[in-house]
Design a protein around this ligand. Structure first.
Ligand SMILES: Cc1ncc(COP(=O)(O)O)c(C=O)c1O
Length: 446
């Protein structure tokens, strides 16, 4: 049962096949480069693409747009301090900006930063500081079959990095909740505590990327031994309390179109981050956000941390997974809380990894149904060839009918999957980590 109703109507339509063909060619077969007006169902991302609630719109009407120390900032700050449990809250305009100001203040050349898996922006920001991001996913994450907490970090891999480069070159250990770069898989409370212990053992910072911390708490509550009796907000808060520093893109579990922050207790580091914020974002009591955005952000954080929001969010994603599985679509399992990841290599098993199966399948989804999806690269293991296609559901946006359309399109594609051509790269951008967003492709002949 859905316990909300839609309060605003947005008309969408599926462009004709002819338009889709022309637009895909104009976008150089890279679905990131399509204009949204030519897309019917947009599953590119859940990042800032959902609608606001009545409560968010009302709060925006009374926002304080003062440059320094606005009430809208103070209210957001107080909410984050009380809910996340940190002294300092430094606002930024989005998640990568939080990573930017933190890493500028924290990292030195050749530092190594282990993580369960670095999301593309995190990886790019670390490299931009001439430091080295290291992925340390557990081996169970390789398998596309069902298992719990495949987003965990492998403590032995982290210890090996520290051993190899020396503690002084590993300023922090990170965890992304959930692990978006590994099929959105959750991290267990046990693994969060182990990471805390490891950071303590070496006297290093422990950073949590809290983008989807509520979805992560949902999975802990439903699947981790000894957690079922606990309230969701208590689990959500405990996860974050194990960290020294939080970065967050408000565009995910803040339910806003723009926004982010860094939160921490360390006074000295907070001052250094504030300086970076003033250089790159704006004064450290707005950090690139308007008062209106900060109002919507505070209410969005509250709304996301309710069982009624998160249960419907995760259940809708699971429903899409089930509809696809019923039609024989090969998925990465289990299905995450925000997106369904299709195993594009298995779907297009006539293609090689060099034929870019995920990008080829994304192009086919658009051509067949006007549906935009996002290629998610191969699994984060040096020798993995399994490429995933992410079908990401913006929160509070689509109906069950839309999910059925998506599943039907997938089924049609599967029937003639060997007629879907691979893609070759025709233009490569300079910044390697950001390449998926900008590359140009051309279809190979079959
Ligand atoms: C896990 C994770 N970290 C960081 C980011 C970056 O956030 P933003 O897009 O707000 O810069 C994202 C965005 O998708 C993400 O999924």
């Amino acid at each position: 049962m859905r316990n909300y109703r839609f309060g605003m109507v947005e008309t969408i339509e599926c462009p004709s096949r002819d338009v889709r063909e022309r637009q895909l060619a104009a976008a150089n077969f890279n679905t990131y480069r399509l204009d949204a007006e030519h897309v019917y169902l947009d599953l590119l991302t859940d990042s800032g693409t959902g609608p606001l609630s009545k409560e968010q719109w009302s709060a925006m009407m009374t926002a304080d747009e003062s440059y320094a120390g606005s009430k809208s900032f103070r209210d957001l700050e107080t909410y984050i301090q009380e809910t996340f449990g940190f002294d300092h809250v430094i606002p930024t305009h989005q998640g990568r900006a939080a990573e930017h100001v933190l890493f500028r203040a924290l990292l030195e050349e050749n530092d190594h930063v282990p993580n369960n898996t670095h999301f593309a922006t995190t990886e790019a920001q670390i490299k931009d500081n001439d430091a080295i991001p290291v992925n340390c996913p557990i081996e169970a994450g390789r398998s596309t079959e069902h298992d719990t907490f495949k987003g965990n970090i492998d403590p032995a891999k982290v210890a090996a990095v520290i051993e190899q480069v020396g503690t002084e070159h590993v300023p922090a250990i990170m965890l992304a909740l959930t692990n978006n770069a590994l099929a959105g898989q959750p991290v267990s409370m046990d693994n969060i505590k182990t990471t805390r212990d490891l950071a303590d053992q070496h006297d290093r910072y422990f950073i949590i990327d809290a983008c989807r911390y509520v979805e992560n708490a949902y999975f802990i509550q439903h699947h981790e031994d000894g957690q079922q009796h606990r309230e969701l907000p208590a689990i959500a808060k405990e996860q974050l309390q194990h960290a020294d520093i939080i970065t967050m893109s408000g565009k995910k579990n803040g339910l806003v179109n723009m926004g982010g922050f860094v939160a921490l207790d360390d006074d000295e580091l907070a001052e250094a981050i504030k300086e970076q914020t003033m250089l790159h974002e704006g004064f450290y009591t707005y950090g690139g956000m308007s008062g209106r955005t900060m109002e919507a952000f505070r209410i969005g954080l509250q709304e996301a941390l309710t069982p009624r929001f998160i249960e419907q969010r995760v259940e809708q994603t699971q429903d899409l997974g089930q509809l696809l599985e019923d039609r024989g679509i090969p998925l990465y399992k289990p299905v995450s809380g925000h997106a369904v990841y299709i195993n594009a290599s298995a779907f297009l098993d006539h293609l090689d990894v060099d034929d870019h199966p995920a990008e080829a399948l994304a192009a086919a989804f658009y051509l067949e149904g006007g549906i935009r999806t996002s290629p998610d690269g191969t699994l984060p293991y040096d020798d993995s060839h399994d490429a995933l296609l992410r079908l990401c559901l913006p929160p509070r946006t689509y109906h069950r009918d839309h999910l059925e359309d998506i599943a039907e399109t997938a089924a049609t594609l599967l029937e003639d999957s060997n007629q879907i051509p691979g893609l070759e790269i025709t233009k490569e951008p300079d910044h390697e980590s950001l390449a998926p967003f900008q590359r140009s492709y051309h279809p190979r002949s079959l």
